[in-house]
Design a binder for this molecule. Structure first.
Ligand code: ZN
Length: 323
C-alpha cells in the first residue's frame, strides 16, 4: 500500500514538473474580507482599504490598491498588506478580466502596500519598485515592522513569509505603452517614504498617488521628511489628472482640494513643532499646549498623532541644528 502511495506521489510530482505547474500550496490562510472595488476610469479601478490602523479584525486591509486593464495584461498598483489580501484583489480582478496580471508597481515599501507581493508573483506578475527602497529592506525597522505584523496577522502572511524583493528596481521616471494605453511612472520620493512612486494612466486621467496623499485620516509620518513631502505634493499636483486615487481614503476628482488635509496637517505640525524647538520647550510640554481641534475628529488621530508630532519635533530639531 505504502509503495503504491509513493508511486502515485512520484507520478504527481513528475507530472507537475513536466507541465511546469507549481506543486507548492500557499502557506497563508485565505481571507474572505469585504473588498470594495471602485471603477475610476474606462480601464482603471481601485480597492479601498479601511481608514484604520492595522488590526487583527481588519487583517491589515488599511491601504488602497489600484489596477489597470490595458488590453495587453493587467497592471496592479500596490500589493496590499498580506498575500491573503492580494489573493482577494486577484479574485476581484478575475471578475472583470481574464487577462494575465503582468506587472505590479509598488508605491513604497510600507507593510500595508507590499506584503501581498508573493500572491501576485505566484500568478506570474513582475514586481517593480523604486530603488530607494533598498535601504529600508536592509534596516532593523523593516524587521521590527514584520515582527509586529506577524503578531497581528501572521496567519495571512504564511509561516515562510519573508520581506519580498521586487524583480526590477526603478531609478528614473518612465513611460510604458501597453494595449494602446500610456502609463507613466513618477518618482516622488523622498517624501512620505524615501521611495514614493506615483502612476498616471494617461488616457483615463487617473493618478495613483500612493501615500504622498492621505484622504480622510491622519497620515502616517514615520521616518518621512515633512519638508520634502510638502515639495512632493506640489510636484504631484503638477501632474495633470482627472481623478486622483490616494494611498488611503476615497478617490478625488478635485485633487487640489483633497490634498489639502495632508498638506495642512504637515504644515501645522511643522509650525507647532518648529516653534517648540525654537523656544526650547520639551516635546511633552509643547504637545500638551497645542490645540488639536482641527484634526482631533479624524480617524487614526488617537493612534497616530502623538507619534507623528514627535517625529516632526525631532525633524525640526535636526533642521534647526542644520541652520
Ligand atoms: Zn506608507
Amino acid at each position: 500500500m505504502r509503495t503504491l502511495r509513493l508511486v502515485a506521489l512520484a507520478i504527481v510530482c513528475i507530472g507537475a514538473l513536466a507541465c511546469g505547474c507549481a506543486v507548492a500550496k500557499p502557506t497563508w490562510a485565505p481571507s474572505a474580507i469585504e473588498m470594495p472595488v471602485h471603477q475610476v476610469g474606462p480601464h482603471s479601478y481601485f480597492v479601498e482599504g479601511r481608514l484604520e490602523e492595522a488590526s487583527a479584525a481588519n487583517q491589515g486591509f488599511i491601504a488602497n490598491a489600484g489596477f489597470v486593464i490595458t488590453g495587453e495584461g493587467v497592471v496592479v498598483f500596490d500589493a496590499l498588506g498580506s498575500p491573503a489580501l492580494a489573493d482577494r484583489l486577484i479574485a476581484e480582478i478575475r471578475k472583470r478580466t481574464a487577462q494575465p496580471i503582468t506587472r505590479v508597481v509598488i508605491s513604497h515599501y510600507h507593510a500595508d502596500h507590499f506584503y501581498g507581493i508573493p500572491a501576485l508573483r505566484a500568478v506570474g506578475a513582475k514586481i517593480w519598485a523604486d530603488a530607494r527602497a533598498k535601504a529600508y529592506l536592509e534596516s532593523s525597522a523593516a524587521q521590527e515592522r514584520l515582527a509586529q505584523r506577524r503578531a497581528l496577522i501572521g496567519k495571512y502572511l504564511g509561516a515562510d513569509f519573508t520581506l519580498p524583493l521586487p524583480d526590477r528596481w526603478i531609478d528614473h521616471d518612465e513611460t510604458l505603452r501597453m494595449g494602446g494605453l500610456t502609463l507613466s511612472l513618477h518618482r516622488l520620493g523622498p517624501a512620505h517614504s524615501p521611495e514614493d512612486l506615483a502612476l498616471l494612466v494617461e488616457p483615463d486621467g487617473v493618478l495613483f498617488s500612493g501615500d504622498v496623499v492621505y484622504a480622510g485620516r491622519v497620515p502616517f509620518i514615520g521616518e518621512a521628511s515633512t519638508r520634502l513631502w510638502l515639495t512632493a505634493l506640489d510636484r504631484l499636483l503638477a501632474i495633470p489628472c482627472r481623478v486622483m486615487v490616494p494611498g488611503h481614503g476615497p478617490a478625488s476628482d478635485t485633487p487640489r482640494r483633497d490634498t489639502a488635509l495632508t498638506r495642512d496637517y504637515l504644515v501645522f505640525l511643522r509650525a507647532q513643532m518648529g516653534r517648540a524647538v525654537a523656544n526650547f520647550d520639551s516635546f511633552d510640554a509643547a504637545y500638551a499646549k497645542i490645540d488639536w481641534a482641527q484634526f482631533k475628529a479624524l480617524p487614526t488621530f488617537d493612534a497616530a498623532n502623538r507619534r507623528n508630532a514627535y517625529a516632526v519635533y525631532l525633524e525640526m530639531e535636526q533642521e534647526s541644528l542644520g541652520q
